[in-house]
Design a protein around this ligand. Structure first.
Ligand SMILES: N[C@@H](CCC(=O)N[C@@H](CS)C(=O)NCC(=O)O)C(=O)O
Length: 234
């Protein structure tokens, strides 16, 4: 039971959306403080006190351990904190099930995020065309999707048949598949899982959180945008 809202320091990015999706799934009250990373608002001293690494997302839970406020940054740590606190989407007692969730959450945090982000950068944002980097991160993206596809052949969700924080973390990145030039149809089990997860009402609400008036678009070097959008839709 949460009386006071959790404050989310947020921008509408894959890592940010993990938190709003989780809070929507938990039906926990929350407020959003938008941190416009395009305007470098992550560099204010006030935000540094919440997120020492100057990145979104972060949260302040006014009802932390011992009833005192707690600040948490790093999206994986936030998902684990919320999963433990509310006892949902993160197995509490079954060590085998919990380890599977943690394994796939760490897989996302270590690979299915950082490398995909590099793919986005070289596909869409880099100041110059770097074919070596585009191929390198494209190949890694394809390998990661093949791993995910194989895993989803074993059960309905990533860590087990149950929907967990690992699905939330991975879904939010898979939602950007066009930016890392992945055709979901090439990974049919990922495509099926993606469609199922994307129909959950709380996921729809969490993914839709965006600063009023702001448009969800990649930070794109206009000179590169045309080639990249051609590749994504090819
Ligand atoms: N490992 C961090 C990565 C967070 C991250 O990359 N945040 C990006 C937006 S998705 C950001 O704040 N970028 C602005 C910057 O790095 O200056 C997490 O999962 O929370």
């Amino acid at each position: 039971m949460q009386s006071l809202p959790i404050n989310v320091y947020y921008w509408s990015t894959p890592n940010g959306r993990k938190v709003t999706v989780m809070l929507e799934e938990l039906a926990v009250p929350y407020t959003v403080t938008y941190v416009d990373i395009d305007k470098r608002e992550q560099w204010t001293p006030a935000f540094e006190r919440v997120s020492p690494n100057h990145q979104v997302p972060a949260i302040i839970d006014p009802e932390g351990p011992g009833g005192e406020p707690i600040a948490v940054f790093e999206s994986g740590a936030i998902l684990l904190y919320l999963g433990r606190k509310f006892g949902r989407f993160y197995p509490q007692d079954d060590e085998r099930a919990r380890t599977a969730v943690e394994t796939w959450l760490m897989w996302q945090m270590g690979s299915f995020g950082p490398f995909l982000g590099q793919a986005h950068h070289f596909n869409l944002g880099a100041a110059e065309d770097v074919p070596y980097a585009i191929e390198r991160y494209g190949a890694i993206a394809r390998r990661l999707y093949a791993v995910l596809d194989a895993q989803l052949g074993r059960q309905a969700c990533v860590a087990s048949d149950a929907f967990t924080i690992a699905d939330i973390a991975i879904y939010c990145w898979a939602a950007r598949h066009e930016r890392h030039r992945i055709r979901l149809a090439d990974y049919p089990r990922v495509a099926d899982w993606f469609e199922r997860i994307g129909k959950r009402p709380a996921v729809v609400r969490g993914m839709a959180v965006i600063k009023p008036g702001h448009e969800d678009r990649a930070v794109v070097n206009p000179a590169r945008a045309t080639a990249a959008s051609r590749a994504a839709s090819a």
